[in-house]
Design a protein around this ligand. Structure first.
Ligand code: ADP
Length: 445
């Protein structure tokens, strides 16, 4: 490469030398002819003029060619000008080739973006529509070219979308009904890119939502249908258990086991029904100011009864008068699940601390135990339905595997979050973090 460049410089230098010789030769010839004819200076001037005229002539041709000659070949010339013309022509050809390549690449990208099943809208810094693909047009009811150059906020007026736009997409994705047809559900996400530009990405999730609804209805219906036969079965088993003396001896143990299992199934059905109810919408209904310290006192009393012979030391430390705006039954279910779990998974005689307090970051319920603890790889999955660290152990203790899933749902509906910290063999701490102000106003979750 360096050798080629050096050769190029060398060629150029020799061309300049030839041009200098040519100019020198012309002027010398003019001077000699003028000398013989007795007018050396006039002939020297004439030679210089002719040389200049040749350059001006070529400059004019160059200007014309650049201005009007677009795709034509360069004008033919000699000497240095031939090199100038061919060099410009070469650069021009290279530029055109690059332009064609760029246009092809751009076309390919545009075709790929246009064919995407997701809606894509390119927005300028001020939220003005610059381009959108066919899917976005269908989902959002955008028309091309009429809506190009319009503000997206004028065409999509859903309040959640306006908030998402104002936040520059920092709130993640939102769900909204399509402005074209209310039954079509979309997710919308804003992705910043380039220089203050944004991509609005939309996806049709109607089918997914429909399938989720079918699944929810199915679970709710099955649980509901199982409830009545189970109640009847449990009732009879209870009666049989009460009159054990009249039963043949070998049946007694079987009847006890049947009753235990029937109770377990009832708990399972109740938990499934509760989860179905919680999934109906993402905000808790009937929110009132709940006297949490009183509620916790009752839960702790029940937990002591549950602990029974195992004699756990259960301590309650609740800030008096610190209430919480929420649904009483849902909160009781979530808090009791955490406290009963602490009893279930802490060896006899262990300590359990239940704390209810507020600080600068919000209001918190904390259940700390000195139990068996949980290995780190299980922690992120604990709130999944039926996820248990030790299935056999959980079933034995009467667990349904749905407790923490219920806790998570209840908290989400109250705008709160669950934090889990645990160390194997040392114990676990489950903390529910409610946002500041949750003691005075309902959550907006
Ligand atoms: P389960 O009905 O099995 O208790 P949960 O959803 O309440 O179901 O809890 C899920 C799993 O999390 C439990 O099976 C148990 O392994 C683990 N777990 C929950 N709470 C504790 C705790 N305080 N200490 C140790 N492990 C716990």
């Amino acid at each position: 490469m360096f050798a080629a460049r050096r050769r190029e410089i060398h060629d150029m230098n020799s061309k300049w030398m030839i041009e200098l010789w040519r100019a020198g030769g012309l002027l010398l010839t003019s001077l000699i002819i003028g000398w013989f004819l007795g007018h050396p200076l006039q002939f020297l001037l004439l030679g210089t003029g002719a040389y200049l005229a040749w350059h001006v002539f070529n400059l004019v041709r160059l200007e014309r060619w650049l201005r009007y000659g677009e795709k034509s070949d360069p004008p033919s010339s000699t000497g240095l000008w031939r090199d100038v013309f061919s060099e410009i022509y070469r650069l021009e050809m290279r530029g055109r080739k690059q332009q064609r390549k760029l246009a092809r690449t751009l076309n390919r990208f545009e075709e790929a973006a246009a064919a995407l099943p997701d809606g894509i809208v390119v927005l300028s810094a001020h939220g003005i529509i610059e381009w959108f693909n066919a899917a976005a047009g269908e989902m959002l009811g955008l028309r091309s070219p009429q809506d190009i150059g319009q503000r997206i906020a004028n065409l999509l007026r859903h309040p959640d979308f306006i908030a998402l736009l104002a936040a520059g997409g920092q709130h993640g994705a939102i769900e909204l009904p399509s402005p074209v047809a209310g039954e079509i559900m979309l997710t919308a996400q804003i992705v910043p890119y380039g220089r203050e530009q944004h991509l609005l990405v939309t996806r049709d999730i109607t089918r997914v939502r429909h399938l989720e609804q079918v699944r929810r209805d199915f679970v709710a219906n099955v649980s509901h249908e199982l409830r009545t036969p189970l109640t009847v079965l449990s009732g009879y088993l209870e009666t049989l258990n009460e009159s054990q003396e009249e039963c043949p001896k070998p049946w007694v143990r079987s009847l006890q086991l049947m009753r235990q299992q029937a109770e377990r199934m009832q708990r399972l059905v109740n938990d499934l029904l509760m989860l179905s109810r919680l999934e109906l919408d993402n905000k808790a209904p009937n929110q009132t100011l709940v006297a949490v310290p009183d509620m916790l006192a009752a839960i702790v009393q029940d937990a002591r009864a549950l602990s029974g012979e195992r004699k756990h030391r259960i301590h309650l430390d609740a800030t008096p008068g610190l209430r919480l705006c929420g649904n009483h039954d849902e909160l009781r279910s979530a808090f009791s699940n955490l406290v009963y779990n602490a009893v279930q998974y802490t060896p006899a005689g262990g300590d359990i601390h239940v704390r209810w307090f507020s600080d600068g970051r919000g209001i918190h319920l904390q259940v700390e135990d000195t139990g068996e603890g949980i290995a780190p790889q299980h922690i992120p999955r604990l709130t999944e339905r039926f996820y248990r660290v030790d299935s056999a152990r959980s079933r034995e203790s009467g667990g349904t595997g749905l407790g923490l899933a219920i806790v998570k749902h209840v908290l989400t509906r109250h705008g709160a979050q669950l934090r889990i910290a645990s160390e194997l063999g040392k114990g676990s701490t489950f903390t529910c973090d409610f946002p500041p102000g949750a003691d005075t106003r309902p959550s907006n979750a």
